[in-house]
Design a protein around this ligand. Structure first.
Ligand code: F3S
Length: 367
C-alpha cells in the first residue's frame, strides 16, 4: 500500500505520476497498490497516429514492472505479404522502438496471459478489454479497465489506485445468466443487455477455456463489462451469494455475406485453437483467403502446426490482428468466429461481417 504522499515523492516521469494521482482522486481511492504487471494497448500506428507516437516519446525513464504490449498494425516480418506500405512500417517500427527503450517486452499480443499467467489475487494494470475480463474472471487476478495511457503510467510508477475491481467486495456477481449456444454470441448479446454488470454464467454444457476467452472478448466489446463468474469454473465463483435476477441468453446469430476473407484469432489463437483449425482442414487446401492471427510466442511454440497450416494455404500472422491492422479494409466481407471482431470490424474497417463457428469458418475457407 502506498499513500498519495509516497507517490508524490517518487522520482519517476512527472506526467505518469500525475496521471496516477489524478485517477486516484477521481475514483476516490484511499491509497495505491503495487502491481505485478502492466499490459499496454495503443500500439498500432493506425490507432495512435503521430500524436500518440509523440506522447510516447515524451515519457522518461523505464517501466518498473513486467510490461507487455498489445498487437501492432502489422506482422513485423510478413508486413509485405499483408500489403502494408513502407511509410506505415517505418512509423510502426518507431513506436516499437520507443516501447523497447521504455523497457516493455515486445510481445504484441492481446493474450498476455499465455506468457505470464498472473496469480489469484494479484493486482495488475492491464489495458485491452478482452485480457482484462480474462484476467479477472479466469485467473482471479485484479485489474480495472485501464486505458493504454493509464496502463503505461502504472508501468512507469509500478502502482495503480486501489478502487473498483481491486477490492474484493466489488467483484460480486450482479445477475445470473443462463447461457446456451455459441459463447462469442452469448458475450456479444450479454454485453449489450447487461453493460456495467458482473454476470454469473450457468452454461448448459461443458465449455472450453478458448470458448471462455471468446466470451471475455465479446462481453467487453459490446458492454462495459470487466469480469464475470462461471459456475463451477472461475476461481471466485463460490465466494459470493448468487444474485436473484436471472436472464437467459442464447448464443445464436445468422449473419451472412459472401466472405472474401476468413479471419480467425480475435483474441489471438492459442496452440489448441491452431491445432483445431488444422484438424478441421483435415488436409484440404483453402480456396479463399484464410488469415489466422496469433502471438509470436504461441507461433514459435506451435512451429510444426503453423507450417502445416501454411502448406494448406492459410496465412498465419503474428504481432497484429484483423482489427488493429488497416489492411482488412481491402476486403468486402470478412467471416469471423469472434463477437469482438463482429462488433469492431464494421466500425473500424468498414467491412461487412459474417459470423459462424470455427467449424463454419473453416468450411467456408475450403469452399
Ligand atoms: Fe485482440 Fe485484435 Fe481482437 S487486439 S481481442 S485480436 S481486436
Amino acid at each position: 500500500m502506498l499513500s498519495y504522499e509516497e507517490i508524490e515523492a517518487m522520482e519517476v516521469d512527472e506526467k505518469c505520476k500525475r496521471i496516477i494521482l489524478a485517477l486516484g482522486k477521481i475514483y476516490r481511492a484511499d491509497f495505491f497498490v503495487e502491481i505485478s504487471s502492466a499490459h499496454v494497448s495503443g500500439v498500432s500506428y493506425d490507432n495512435i497516429g503521430d500524436e500518440g507516437l509523440e506522447w510516447l516519446k515524451s515519457i522518461a525513464g523505464k517501466v518498473k514492472v513486467r510490461t507487455t504490449l498489445n498487437p501492432a498494425g502489422m506482422d513485423l516480418d510478413k508486413w509485405r505479404e499483408m500489403g502494408i506500405n513502407e511509410d506505415f512500417r517505418k512509423k510502426q517500427l518507431e513506436i516499437i522502438e520507443v516501447f523497447e527503450k521504455l523497457g516493455a517486452e515486445i510481445t504484441l499480443t492481446c493474450t498476455p496471459y499465455y506468457l505470464l499467467e498472473p496469480k489469484l489475487g494479484e493486482h495488475l494494470a492491464w489495458a485491452e478489454s478482452s485480457a482484462i475480463v480474462y484476467a479477472n474472471s479466469l485467473i482471479g487476478a485484479r485489474t480495472n479497465r485501464e486505458s493504454g495511457i493509464s496502463a503505461l503510467a502504472s508501468a512507469i510508477t509500478g502502482v495503480t489506485p486501489y478502487y473498483g475491481l481491486h477490492i474484493k467486495e466489488n467483484r460480486a456477481p450482479t445477475v445470473v445468466v443462463k447461457a446456451s449456444g455459441d459463447l462469442s454470441i452469448v458475450g456479444y448479446k450479454a454485453g449489450m443487455e447487461l453493460s456495467g454488470e458482473i454476470p454469473y454464467f450457468i452454461f448448459d454444457r461443458k465449455v472450453s477455456k478458448d470458448e471462455l476467452k471468446l466470451l471475455s472478448a465479446s462481453l467487453a466489446s459490446t458492454g462495459n463489462i470487466a469480469m464475470f463468474h462461471a459456475e463451477g469454473i472461475t476461481p471466485e465463483w463460490k465466494d459470493f451469494e448468487r444474485p436473484a435476477e436471472i436472464v437467459e441468453i442464447e448464443g445464436k446469430m445468422g449473419k451472412k455475406c459472401e466472405a472474401d476473407l476468413i479471419a480467425i484469432g480475435c483474441p489471438h489463437c492459442s496452440k489448441e485453437e491452431l491445432m483445431q483449425i488444422l484438424n478441421l482442414l483435415n488436409g484440404r487446401k483453402v480456396k479463399r483467403e484464410l488469415w489466422i492471427f496469433t502471438s509470436r510466442f504461441v507461433a514459435s511454440e506451435s512451429r510444426k502446426i503453423v507450417e502445416e497450416l501454411e502448406k494448406l494455404g492459410a496465412k498465419v500472422f503474428r504481432d497484429t490482428c484483423m482489427v488493429v491492422s488497416p489492411i482488412t479494409e481491402k476486403f468486402s466481407c470478412v467471416m469471423v468466429n469472434s463477437g469482438k471482431a463482429l462488433e469492431y470490424l464494421p466500425k473500424k474497417r468498414k467491412v461487412e461481417v459474417a459470423f459462424g463457428s470455427l467449424e463454419d469458418c473453416i468450411r467456408m475457407a475450403i469452399s
